[in-house]
Design a protein around this ligand. Structure first.
Ligand SMILES: NC(=O)c1ccc[n+]([C@@H]2O[C@H](COP(=O)([O-])OP(=O)(O)OC[C@H]3O[C@@H](n4cnc5c(N)ncnc54)[C@H](O)[C@@H]3O)[C@@H](O)[C@H]2O)c1
Length: 349
């Protein structure tokens, strides 16, 4: 007798925001940031085995909506993500996201997950991964310019992976800086709130810029940046949206995720098409040099690439197995006879 109840094949594990937050607390945020850094590093080591395309954007006056697909031949993944810098004024997030993994062999999804939290975690883990290879030795102080949704994650990943102890903050909105201080001081990080970007970067070994503005902004000028620092620029990630004065790029050695995407979206969109860059995965694999000496300025021109989301989703999929950190979603129509989809609909009346 055909049944209208969903079969096991209909159900896909779904990680809600609530379950993602439970999982983060269960693992511990810093252990999770370290594990995510290692998961992303492992996938960067097998970079050539992935399908890679620049992400697919849909631009508007207010922001951008993007799809970020990749596959390693066994598992396919994509993330939906937006970037709307004016959203916070209306009580909305600048960046929201969700993502999916599917089996390449039959196209069936195997995971659907919230990715607003997970994007903040994976972006911070990717920053820490780049710093692992590029930051000056024994870095203890970081400047964090832009104190919005990503900020605390960035600081905690730099502590967990690099050993940062002191964070110097600047934001054009002092309320944002106060929020980061309130969140991070109880976690044992030394915090200094600064009244300018210049003051924030004084004495910093790592400078992270994570501002949101839909324009060519100049968060850092060339004269502000001293020898030997590592710049982790994550907020310039869209055509017409940058944070650094181009003169900084003339002095720095620049490291990127996927050049065809970064040339469109990153700080290097301001430079000639042949501006030299090094791919981070090659540094990790030992095929290219990372930091060469103590006076070099290194720049990680981060825009966020699909493989980082793929790694993060695979990490979540492994972590939720056998736990209650997910729900089953009735997402795939599964008729008893695969060709009788219509019959399934009629029987459900
Ligand atoms: N590279 C990546 O992988 C990646 C991932 C996620 C987000 N991002 C980008 O990171 C940026 C930050 O994201 P968010 O979610 O924290 O945004 P958010 O809107 O929550 O916070 C941005 C903060 O920047 C501040 N700001 C704006 N202009 C500034 C300036 N000139 N000087 C100092 N502060 C300034 C704002 O007041 C705000 O507090 C965005 O541009 C986003 O697109 C990049």
């Amino acid at each position: 007798m055909p049944t209208t109840a969903p079969s096991q094949k209909a159900f896909i594990p779904f990680v809600s925001v609530e379950n993602m937050m439970r999982l983060v607390h269960h693992i511990g945020i810093e252990p999770m940031l370290e594990q995510l850094t290692d998961a992303i590093e492992a996938d960067f080591r097998r970079w050539p085995s992935f399908d890679k395309v620049p992400r697919v954007p849909s631009h508007s006056l207010e922001g951008v909506i993007e799809l970020m697909p990749t596959s390693d031949g066994e598992i396919y993944g994509f993330k939906y993500v937006n970037g709307h810098p004016q959203n916070t004024a209306q009580g909305l997030q600048t960046v929201t996201a969700f993502g999916l993994l599917a089996q390449v062999s039959n196209g069936y999804p195997v995971l659907l997950s919230e990715m607003t939290m997970l994007t903040a975690l994976r972006t911070a883990a990717t920053s820490a991964l780049a710093a692992r290879y590029l930051a000056p030795q024994n870095a203890k102080t970081m400047a964090l310019i832009g104190n919005g949704a990503q900020a605390e994650f960035q600081a905690l990943a730099m502590r967990a992976v690099i050993g940062i102890e002191h964070v110097k903050l600047f934001d054009i909105d002092p309320k944002a800086t106060e929020k980061v201080r309130r969140n991070l001081e109880p976690m044992g990080l030394a915090i200094t709130a600064c009244s300018s970007a210049q003051a924030a970067i004084e004495g910093a070994d790592i400078i992270t810029t994570c501002t949101a503005d839909k324009q060519y902004a100049t968060i850092l000028t060339d004269n502000m940046v001293g020898a030997g620092v590592h710049i982790n620029a994550i907020g310039g990630d869209c055509p017409g949206k940058t944070e650094l004065h181009p003169d900084i790029l003339k002095r720095a050695d620049t490291f990127v995720e996927y050049p065809p995407q970064t040339r469109i979206e990153g700080e290097i969109q301001q430079m000639e098409p042949n501006y030299p860059v090094t791919e981070l995965w090659q540094v990790i694999n030992g095929e290219a040099k990372g930091r060469k000496d103590a006076s070099q300025i290194t720049l990680f021109d981060s825009v966020g690439f699909a493989i980082e989301d793929f790694s993060a989703l695979r990490y979540i999929r492994a972590k939720i197995k056998g736990t209650d950190f997910y729900q089953e979603l009735d997402m795939i129509a599964d008729p008893d006879d695969p060709r009788d989809l219509f019959g399934m609909l009629q029987r459900s009346k």
